[in-house]
Design a protein around this ligand. Sequence first.
Ligand code: ADP
Ligand code: MG
Length: 685
Amino acid sequence: MPDAARGARGWGGIGPQLAARLAKLDIRGPLDLLLHLPLRYEDETRLTPVAQTHDGESTQCELTVRSSEIVARPRRQLVARAADDSGELVLRFLNFYPQLQKQLLPGTRVRVFGEPRRGFFGTEMVHPRLRVVSADEPLPQALTPVYPTTAGLAQSALRKLVDAELRRRPLQDPLPAQLRQRLGLMDLAEAIDILHHPPPGVAPESLEARDHPAWRRVKFDELLAQQVSLRRAYAARRSRRSHRLEPDASLTDRLLGVLGFSLTGAQRRAWREIADDMAGAHPMQRLLQGDVGSGKTVVAALAMLQAAEAGFQSALMAPTEILAEQHHRKIAQWLAALGLEVVWLSGGQKKRQRTQMLARLAAGEASFAVGTHALIEEMVAFPRLGLAVVDEQHRFGVRQRLSLREKGEAGTSPHMLMMSATPIPRTLAMSFYADLDVSVLDELPPGRTPVVTKLVADTRRNEVVGRVRDACLQGRQAYWVCPLIEESEALELQTAVDTHQHLCEALPELSVGLLHGRMRGDEKAETMTAFACGEIDLLVATTVIEVGVDVANASLMVIEHAERFGLAQLHQLRGRVGRGSDDSVCILMYARPLSANGRARLKVIFENRDGFAIAREDLRLRGPGEFVGARQSGLPLLRFADLERDVELIELARDEARRLIADSPAAADALLATWFSGREGLLGA
Ligand code: ADP
Ligand code: MG
């Protein structure tokens, strides 16, 4: 693991072995140690008489040992009896060092911290934390911090390390005094001190809820650091040159003429924003986002045509073969009506065809390319690449996007349009995507009939099969999505094959197709084409159809073991139906018993149609990790700020970041050094 290796060098008097353990906690230097803040606290500032303790509540008691013995049943354990004036407490240790028994001699005074329980043998604590004390030993003045830790690193050791660092030297506040005053922010060193060792009088609830001024300061700085680094990355990319791709409408007008529909207001707005960016002398860095079915593809096609109007090439890259293939099918069909050709590039294609395509791109004969990662491979030359469109941008790593950028003419960068199939909640867009301009398609094309969602227990599978038969015999088409089996791709494949087999037998009057991730690219494409033109009635598929598949006549979808899927996935899948004007139905089959989480997810999908609302719930249930994906590799996710609760701080940080960069660049540097310790290298991509 490179991270551990980096830590293993040791720092500030910490040896390589300890450094490696600390690195697992993302602690790689003294500042990280200071910012390793407690998960919670234990109150050892008070003593509670045994008689006044409550079951299950963490409590500290001071007791005198009466007896201790090792008993063999039901298993070997050390049982001590100890008491204060109010009553007796049984202390039970299942694992213990011989040393412990020696300590617990009758008459010894001990402080124990644990959760008492009243039981058959009286009140007892299992595995309390225990310390021998003298009669007048003072109580600690502050709450005791409990830190997130890792195997091989004891809580007490971590406490010592943090305390040593807290004592070592005062932390320089990175923010100018004037800024702190204006925003009423606590001094950083003081905030950090309070959070490690809350003095008496600090309300525990305000620490718990993280709304104490000390938390506010730390969260603000964290968000500000994120904003500053993203804005700087934005500015750095923005400072490059691009070719101005001025529109002349000669091609885009023709596309609008052959589409057979008119753009929604949201599409027109987004297109205008993109067109303006592309006409500029600096690279566009824009995120186009919108719900499933909001019509992002046509906006991308318009942008590609604008590039061509200015005499430049454009490329659209998608993370999977099937998604790229869908884009190609759609865009090629639109552009064919204009007499234009779209080159297809993928890893799965035949060598000869590929070589031919590459030659045409390199010679500048072809203007449009759609494909997978194959597009960014070394040999692919785009001498006049003016626009790069990246779909499902979060699935690509920073390096991949970087290398796409390098494709254009030396000294210039292509304009970049990122697309996201999954709506991104506003707070997330404001924080993690602060380095992009954002266009939102917040309107669905007219004439869509909302998809009716049904929850059905899988004991009613036969009924569901009957329903599929009826729908298909009426000329509709259906998807049957096989269960997701995260642990084993082989098992998932086998299940898909079995399901296909079973449905073929159960529905002999239908033509049933199968689509899964292990099929060759051309096989997948063939199957999709057969489904798209109605030769296949029912398509049994694994989640390869999750993104982008667009067959308007398909109006029924069955998802098996829906409880295993994530929210975004279910929403994406459901978005595959309801694309035509037929009434559409999505049947979510689930197996009992449902876990609390599985139930919560199904409820969200059942109750919500709006992708943004679902995304907000998803963010709440799972945190930002899944959304952000490969995007932030090299940069930690937010540790303290919460995208839901800290909206106000996010907005504040966004506004202040601009000011700080402009007015106090040195303070901005100091802030980044505090938070990232030089680890933000990949952000600039
Ligand atoms: P997504 O945003 O999910 O990628 P698509 O681009 O696949 O959505 O569009 C979904 C479907 O809606 C496609 O069949 C597309 O041709 C169609 N479509 C797009 N824009 C409009 C519009 N303004 N009016 C009618 N249909 C549209
Ligand atoms: Mg799409």
